[in-house]
Design a protein around this ligand. Sequence first.
Ligand code: MRU
Length: 365
Amino acid sequence: MPVPHESPLSERDYSAVELCLDDAELLVMDQRELPEREVYLRLHTLAEAHDAIRDMAVRGAPAIGVTAAYAMALAARAAPAAPDNFLVEMSKAAMRLNASRPTAVNLSWATARLLAAAREVMSHTQEARAAHLAEVARELHRADVRANRRLGALGAATLEDGMTVLTHCNAGALATGGYGTALGVIRAAASQGKRLQVIAAETRPYLQGARLTAWELQRDDIPVRVVCDSAVASLLARGLIHAAVVGADRVAANGDVANKVGTYSHACALAHHGRPLLVAAPWSTVDLGCPSGAAIPIEERAREELATLGERQLLPHGVGVLNPSFDVTPAALVHALVTERGVASPVTAQALAELAHAPEGVGGS
Ligand code: MRU
C-alpha cells in the first residue's frame, strides 16, 4: 500500500495524515481525488489545514481531529514569542479550527488537548514549544490508531463467519489516524478468518461509501459491493444483510449517535427487520457534555454537493436544497456502541457513564 513517506505513524495501518519535514509540513491525502488518483496536499500553515478540513480533502471525525492537532502544532511555529500573545494566538487557532466542521466532536476534543499542552509550555522558547506540540499531536495520532485496533477487536467478536455486513459512509483508515473504526471492526473480523461480505451504501451526496470504503476494502481483499442508499431496506427485507457497523461523529451522553446522513434511515430499516446496528467509535467521539442528540450541531453543506455531479447540473436552475450532512440515530436503535474502553449494550446513559470511568482500553457493560 503506498504511503506518503517512508515511516507513517500508523505503520501498516495506513495513515492519510502525516507531519514531516522537521514538523514544518503536513501531508494530507486529498480524498476528493479518490478513487482515481492518490495525491497528497502539502500544508504549511493553520489556514491551509483549516481549508483542507472545511473543503473535505481530509474528512472523517478522528482524521479531522488528528489533522487539527497537527494544525495547532503548525500554528505554534508561527505564533509570537511572548507567552501571553502565544496563548492568545493558539486560542484563536483552536476556535478557527473548531468552526471548520461543527458536528464531529473529535475536532474540538483535539484542539482542547493541544491548547492545554500549549499552556504547559507557554514560557519555553518558540522552538521548544513547537517541538512539544508536534510530539503531543503525534501521540494523539498514535493513540487513535491504538484505540481503533482495540475497538476493532472488541467489535469483531460480535460478527460471525459468513455474515453480510452493511456499512455507511467511510469509517476506515482514511477517516481516522489509521486502521478505522467501523472498517477496523470489519478488518479485525477478517483477520480472525471470518469470511465477511461487505455492502457499502454509496452515501449520497458525497459518495464516501462508493469512492472511499470500496477503495479501502478492495485494497485489503475484503469482498465489497456498493449499493445505492435507498436499496438497503429492500435488501434487508430479502434477508441479504445480517448486521450493520458504522462510525460516529458525536455520541451524546444518552447514547444518541450523530453520523453521516442516511445512518438513521438504515437504523430504522435494521430495527424493523430485527438486524443489529453496531456503532464503532473511539472515546474521543463521546461527548458527555452533550445531553442528547437534539443538542448536537448538524452541519449544513453547500447546495453544489447535492445539485451537481461533476460538471453536470442535476437540479433545475433556482431550485433550493436541504443538505444536512449528518443525522441523529436515537440510542434505542443502536444495538451496541463499541469503544476502546469497552462495549455498551444496551446503549444507555448509565452504560456510557460506566465506560467513562473504565481505564482506557478496558471495561465494558
Ligand atoms: O462528512 P464526513 O465524510 O467527514 O463524514 C464522516 C462520517 O460520517 C463518518 O462515519 C464518521 O466521521 C466516523 S469516521 C471514523
